[in-house]
Ligand binder design. Structure first.
Ligand code: PBG
Length: 343
């Protein structure tokens, strides 16, 4: 209540004709579509969307993912066509995730360093065919390790510094293939600084870092792990490196650390259950902030819609708008093409 409304509306100075509401009717601006549009505070546009794409080996094929209706794994040539489609729809960027041949996975995820691995081949092919779209690549080791962890596993421990050294080299390989943004999702300590140094030393000053600064040890990653074939492999859990879902101050410290080390942008992951984190980060740091609406969030909406329990399209739009309201500059979402088509 400001001074104005107090003096104007206090019973001492003004007797209300409208006794029920005291003339304060917020429904006035909601009464018609034109009026609701006029006072709308947040908008979702196609510029807010980042589309995560799953890659697989082979040619001219795509495979549906059971727990993610409408989402496919694509061979590289197919992924190029998806990137073309994304560009046509006006989606600014895609983020690639590979399903690596099990024969190429090992204890240390060494295939992540191969300049010709699936991610890098896809990046080169997409950059050549669709140079106008942004390509975001992840350097976490989980698609490449035989145990499904994001780092090197030694004597039952995910070793931090050795993992950081390796992903910094992998990041340079991804930049050399044409990645525009390196997005490390592994949550090792010190990785942002190491990646920044490695990129700069190799002439990739213009390659940005979008840090998965606050990645939580979540149950919502299930369908993704099936998509990249780590579901059955994972031994134990990721609680020694992802953030405890109970913590919010710790998420702030993670983000601060990553920004000091050179992160250009931040990601909060998962999305909808962590909108409070988005809001705190945006309020505190005022840097480009993104959320990842992860596979389990997508699956929940799709499954409920398939059962006729919710209106899937409206739930999709409402969830994406909620990210904007919380302060997101953009959203990584499997709904990206569907949403872009509606927009
Ligand atoms: C791991 C990684 C995860 C996701 C992307 N990269 C989490 C995990 O498997 O632990 C999840 C994405 C999703 O669920 O949509 N670096």
């Amino acid at each position: 209540m400001n001074k104005f409304s107090r003096t104007m509306n206090s019973p001492a100075t003004r007797r209300s004709v409208d006794e029920i509401t005291g003339s304060r009717r917020l429904r006035r601006t909601r009464k018609a579509d034109w009026s609701r549009r006029l006072v709308r505070e947040n908008h979702l546009t196609v510029d807010d969307l980042i589309w995560p794409l799953f890659l697989m080996e082979g040619e001219n094929r795509q495979e549906p993912l059971e727990a993610m209706p409408g989402v496919m794994r694509h061979t590289v040539d197919h992924a190029v066509r998806q990137a073309e489609r994304a560009a046509r729809l006006g989606i600014p960027a895609i983020a690639t995730f590979p399903n690596i041949d099990p024969a190429r996975r090992d204890e240390t995820g060494s295939h992540s360093l191969d300049p010709d691995n699936l991610i890098n081949r896809a990046t080169r092919a997409i950059k050549e065919a669709v140079p106008e779209i942004g390509i975001i690549t992840d350097v976490a080791l989980d698609p490449f390790t035989s145990h499904g962890h994001d780092g090197i596993l030694r004597d039952g421990e995910i070793v931090n510094d050795e993992t950081v050294a390796q992903i910094a080299v992998a990041a340079v390989g991804q930049a050399a293939a044409g990645a525009d943004i390196i997005a490390p999702s592994d949550m090792m300590d010190g990785r942002i600084g190491a990646i920044r140094d490695a990129l700069d030393q190799n002439g990739f000053q213009n390659v940005a870092i979008m840090s998965y600064a606050t990645k939580f040890a979540s149950a919502f990653y299930g369908p993704y792990r099936e998509a990249i074939g780590t579901g059955g492999l994972l031994k134990g859990d990721k609680k020694t490196y992802y953030i405890d879902p109970a913590n919010s101050d710790e998420a702030l410290r993670e983000a601060e650390q990553d920004l000091l080390e050179g992160a250009d942008m931040l990601i909060v992951k998962p999305g909808l259950p962590y909108l409070d984190i988005v809001h705190r980060l945006k309020d505190t740091f005022a840097v480009p902030t993104f959320a990842y609406q992860v596979s389990g969030e997508y699956a929940m909406i799709k499954a409920a819609a398939a059962n006729g329990w919710i209106d899937g399209e409206r739930a999709m739009m409402e969830s994406l708008l909620a990210f904007k309201r919380a302060g997101c500059d953009g959203i990584l979402t499997y709904f990206a093409p569907e949403m872009a088509e509606l927009l």
